[in-house]
Design a protein around this ligand. Structure first.
Ligand SMILES: C[S@@+](CC[C@H](N)C(=O)[O-])C[C@H]1O[C@@H](n2cnc3c(N)ncnc32)[C@H](O)[C@@H]1O
Length: 271
């Protein structure tokens, strides 16, 4: 599907979108590319830690900020259900997925996802082969548009998101700079990954506001794409400390730990 309007050309092709946004970094555009179980966090060990940490907490507020089509939020939901069962994972739901892109959030709410073969493999890997519990395969497959300015195309299959998964995520269409003020100020598990370069001039102010929403019982998770644009990656600031144990994770432990070199070396063993 191609949508053209006076301001922008939107090329919405499944899990990959490119939207021209004048005034932003990265060639004056932002991209909503995403995938399931994106490789920049240690999914298993981090979530084992989270489950232990919140063992005695009654409600944890989970946010997928800059959520794109929901792949991240659904990855989190599937992992929690796989580890704790639906009942046990209840206190983490609903996951709030926020993105300012109207087209992608509107499509996310319709309950269809287009999965690549790699998405399918990764979902099965992290859920113990439970892809079919969470998604219903349709007979529609197609090639994506060329991705990321290259000629690479992906074969994608359309899946219906089953209610057991779809019910766990609420999509909100809003700019993060305003949404952050509405967030609760404790027990927050905040994923804000692979969007900091797009926040650009507002990133310092946003980090400051996010810090106010991050108490000692909260975490902030960023992505590899955020390396040089997330203010906390450059120096320990806004009260955040970099986690020693988990890459791309920040907390309010007050340890003052900061590994300036780590941001340049992304090699991380998958778990
Ligand atoms: C590369 S995607 C990241 C998706 C997902 N978090 C991940 O790591 O795979 C970046 C997303 O940031 C969103 N975005 C950029 N600036 C934003 C803002 N100011 N408020 C809300 N969403 C924003 C875009 O619409 C896009 O969907």
């Amino acid at each position: 599907m191609r949508i053209d309007n006076q301001q922008s050309t939107i090329n919405f092709k499944t899990s990959y979108r490119k939207v021209i946004k004048p005034g932003y970094l990265m060639g004056d555009c932002y991209e909503a590319s995403t995938c399931f179980f994106r490789k920049d966090i240690q999914w298993n060990s981090f979530f084992n830690h989270i489950i232990e940490k919140y063992r005695n907490t009654q409600k944890i507020n989970v946010f997928s900020l800059a959520s794109s089509d929901g792949s991240e939020a659904y990855s989190i939901a599937m992992l929690l259900i796989s580890k704790l069962g639906e009942e046990g994972a209840k206190k983490f739901f609903p996951i709030i997925a926020v993105d300012f892109d109207k087209t992608i959030t509107r499509n996310a709410r319709k309950g269809f996802m287009n999965l690549s073969a790699d998405d399918e493999l990764r979902i099965n890997k992290y859920t113990g082969n439970k892809l079919n519990k969470f998604f219903e395969r349709t007979n529609r497959s197609f090639l994506s548009e060329p991705m990321g300015g290259s000629e690479t195309r992906e074969l994608l299959t359309k899946f219906k998101t089953r209610p057991v998964l779809q019910d766990k995520v609420v999509f909100i269409t809003e700019d993060l700079n305003t949404y952050v003020e509405k967030m609760p100020d404790k027990n927050n598990l905040i994923f804000c990954r692979n969007c900091w370069p797009y926040l650009w001039k507002t990133s310092d102010e946003f980090a400051q506001k996010l810090s106010q929403k991050t108490d000692k019982n909260s975490y902030l998770v960023v992505g590899n794409f955020d390396t040089l644009c997330c203010p906390m990656n450059l120096k320990n600031c806004y009260g955040f400390s970099m986690s020693k144990d988990f890459q791309n994770v920040f907390d309010k432990s007050g340890s003052g730990y900061h590994d300036g070199m780590r941001v340049f070396f992304h090699q991380m063993a998958e778990d």
